[in-house]
Design a protein around this ligand. Structure first.
Ligand code: SF4
Ligand code: SF4
Length: 294
């Protein structure tokens, strides 16, 4: 069984407890206006081209089976519409101006990479986190991978937006130690405006996971003028959960703009970033409900 991988991040410290390795898989059912991982939205492979790094050497030209790269008068031209997403050119570039997202990898290929740092996991209380995009767009793959990690005694976390089927959650539940769960808004209309989708399923799934007795850490991405007014409702909703360990309020930043241009994707990132005072106020509102905020 295979899935399309965006990235494997070693020594991650924000994707659950301790030192972790995070596997990012491609494809997501939401389209958050503030998304800082645009390479995770689509399920198809994508090549990012960073024009500012390119030195026009032409090393990528001959290896491309579809003629998507050419060099004219010392200038490199990338014709995205010709790219078939094979990933061959990435390694040819001497200055990392090309980055391929979506290489298909099997559970067998991933296991040695994900368990390489197990000594660090053991010493720090860390483990492996599956993320995305939305990793649960690949429920069978995730279940198999998580089961194999648990066989080796590795702590597992699933980072999810929750906009997935109950069946997908049930598949990974037995092999998941903690869910890292996004709550972007409680108000359905606000959620739809921010992500393109209603949140009824997301909130139901959150209550379901809680009811199953699984540990949950909630992430609230705080974005001014979008969902910044939701802290009170989020605190109130989460106060009804029994297995919530903490809420992480994530201050929005707009530094992903260059990723959008490297992928020729429309950049709709909100302009305004929150002040530290605004984020702290949101944290304090949630703390009022007796919830640990990190
Ligand atoms: S990913 Fe493959 S098809 Fe696309 S530009 Fe690179 S070599 Fe060509
Ligand atoms: S190999 Fe890299 S630096 Fe050379 S032309 Fe291609 S993209 Fe530019």
């Amino acid at each position: 069984m295979k899935a399309r991988v965006i990235e494997i991040k070693r020594f991650a410290v924000h994707d659950g407890d301790g030192i972790r390795t995070t596997l990012f898989l491609k494809g997501c059912p939401l389209a958050c206006v503030w998304c800082h991982n645009p390479e995770g939205i689509g399920s198809a492979p994508q090549l990012a081209y960073m024009a500012d790094k390119c030195i026009g050497c032409g090393s990528c030209v001959s290896g491309c089976p579809s003629g998507a790269h050419s060099v004219k008068d010392g200038l490199h031209i990338f014709e995205r519409e010709k790219c078939i997403g094979c990933g061959k050119c990435e390694e040819e570039c001497p200055v990392n101006a090309l980055k391929f997202y979506g290489r298909e990898m099997s559970v067998e290929e991933l296991l040695p990479l994900l368990t390489e740092d197990r000594e660090f996991y053991e010493n720090s209380g860390g483990g492996v986190t599956l993320s995305g995009g939305e990793c649960l767009c690949h429920p069978d793959f995730c279940a198999e991978l998580l089961a194999r990690l648990k066989e080796q005694g590795i702590h597992t976390a699933v980072d999810t937006c929750g906009a997935v089927s109950r069946e997908a959650i049930d598949k990974v539940m037995p092999y998941t130690d903690v869910f890292l769960y996004d709550v972007k808004a409680i108000d359905g209309e606000i959620h739809k405006k921010c992500t393109g989708r209603d949140n009824a399923l997301i909130l139901e799934n959150l209550k379901y996971i809680d009811g199953c007795g699984k540990q949950i850490e909630v992430r609230y991405p705080y974005v001014p003028d979008y969902n910044s007014g939701e802290a009170e409702k989020i605190g109130e909703f989460l106060s009804g959960l029994k297995n919530l360990t903490a809420v992480r309020v994530l201050a929005y930043h707009k530094y992903a703009g260059s990723k959008y241009s490297s992928l020729d994707m429309e950049n709709k990132l909100p302009e305004r970033m929150p002040t530290e005072e605004e984020v702290e106020e949101a944290r304090n509102i949630i703390r009022k409900y007796g919830i640990k905020v990190i």
